[in-house]
Design a protein. Structure first.
Length: 426
């Protein structure tokens, strides 16, 4: 789980895009909006439609020209206009592609045909024959629908953030926005480069400043959430420690002497030498170091704990063995092949010298880490609870007009199972 500070930083920087991406994402488009036409009068209606009715292929078209100032949704009584949505339809597309020219899509169709014909001429392997006009029109319509979802989501989401900040008493001074603007300018290298970027994005300086202001408001909202967090109580830490005793307990171990050989014959020879009084250390020096038990040094392993050895058969034999009794040769085949064939199986001879008692780490040594873990969990829970309440509160205040109830920001919209939401993003 990310830390609350990390969550806050990501949310503050990428909040607008993160929430919008789940509502359809940016799609490829190769058309111009110069020939867009006004929609029918249905776009001025106020009756929401269901998600099932809101098929991207049959979406109403945003009003154009003088009608672009018409509202297609409202948040708490504040209008969301067609012009604002269309602007965001372009600006929220990372490819900077024009919005398909609905409703006839003539430019979009022409662009697709030109690209397909160019691919055929150049012999591109991924290029299929030029599709029929109606197929291209359907593609343009679907792209327009996806872009409409992105633009509408961004516009509504901006209203939510502005409204929430106002209710929480969170304000951003003009000086803060200007400082952020200067930081943005430095990121582009110069004022001229920033202006060129804005021109390509069809964005004015005023619109950029508003976007930066909303980002600052989002940061303020998350700061308010964190201000309500509290350190974990000592009683909570103690309760966690008692309830998770196993987590802080090191199981019983073994101290033993052990060597490994690569053949039954060499194992028999080694065992005879050990029975005759030769030490494990002396035997170990004469054997290949490849394949010897992990942590073994001069034929001895100190404080071996369950789960350390990869070979279950060997581990079970060691922990079941009597003290000071020579065992083996025990043939073991490793469960996973290694790059050293001589280490993939072997014959082990061992003698358990002592049992290492299980022990529990004192609460005093883990109190700080437990407190930090509980505090992080509480912060995460607080954030998720706030986000859930925030979405519910503002969705209930958001009315999308007929044909535009196509995103999960609209009241009455029922998300499909394939539309999961990030519980930590506003």
């Amino acid at each position: 789980m990310s830390s609350p500070r990390h969550i806050r930083r990501l949310a503050a920087v990428a909040l607008l895009g993160a929430a919008v991406a789940g509502c359809g994402g940016a799609s490829h488009s190769n058309s111009t909006n110069a020939t867009s036409k006004p929609s029918s009068s249905k776009s001025a209606a106020t009756k929401p439609v269901s998600a099932e009715q809101a098929d991207p292929a049959s979406l109403v078209v945003l009003p154009q020209g003088a009608a672009a100032s018409q509202a297609i949704a409202s948040v708490g009584g504040r209008a969301v206009t067609a012009a604002e949505v269309e602007r965001l339809m372009f600006q929220k597309n990372p490819y900077r592609e024009p919005v398909p020219d609905a409703p006839d899509y003539s430019a979009c169709i022409a662009r697709q045909k030109a690209e397909a014909e160019k691919g055929l001429r150049e012999g591109l392997p991924s290029t299929a024959p030029v599709p029929a006009v109606e197929t291209l029109r359907q593609t343009c319509s679907e792209r327009y629908g996806k872009r409409l979802k992105v633009g509408l989501s961004a516009a509504i989401h901006n209203r939510w953030l502005i409204g929430e900040a106002a209710e929480e008493g969170i304000h951003v001074d003009e000086a803060e926005v200007l400082a952020e603007l200067r930081e943005t300018e430095r990121g582009y290298g110069s004022n001229a480069k920033l202006k060129a970027y804005l021109k390509a994005l069809h964005q004015t300086l005023g619109e950029l400043k508003e976007e930066l202001r909303i980002g600052k408001l989002a940061t303020g909202i998350f700061n308010e959430i964190e201000a309500k967090d509290h350190a974990a109580a000592a009683s909570a830490v103690a309760s966690y420690y008692q309830a998770h005793e196993q987590q802080f307990t090191t199981p019983e171990g073994r101290t033993l002497r052990i060597v490994r050989t690569v053949s039954a014959a060499s194992a028999a020879k080694v065992k005879a030498e050990l029975l005759a009084g030769k030490s494990f250390a002396a035997v170990a020096k004469e054997l290949s170091a490849v394949g010897q038990p992990v942590t073994a040094k001069d034929g001895e392993v100190v404080d071996l704990r369950p789960g350390v050895l990869r070979e279950p058969t060997l581990q079970q034999a060691i922990f079941a063995a009597r003290l000071n009794h020579l065992y083996g040769p025990l043939r073991v085949v490793t469960p996973a092949k290694t790059i050293a064939p001589e280490a993939n199986s072997g014959y082990f001879i061992f003698e358990v010298r002592a049992k290492v008692p299980a022990h529990r780490t004192p609460l005093a040594k883990v109190r700080s880490s437990i407190a930090q873990q509980l505090a992080t969990q509480q912060k995460t829970q607080n954030l998720a609870a706030f986000v859930k309440a925030f979405r519910s509160r503002w969705k209930s205040r958001t009315d999308c007009h007929a044909g535009y109830a196509i995103v999960n920001y609209c009241r009455g919209y029922k998300p499909k199972a394939s539309e999961p939401e990030d519980p930590y993003t506003l």
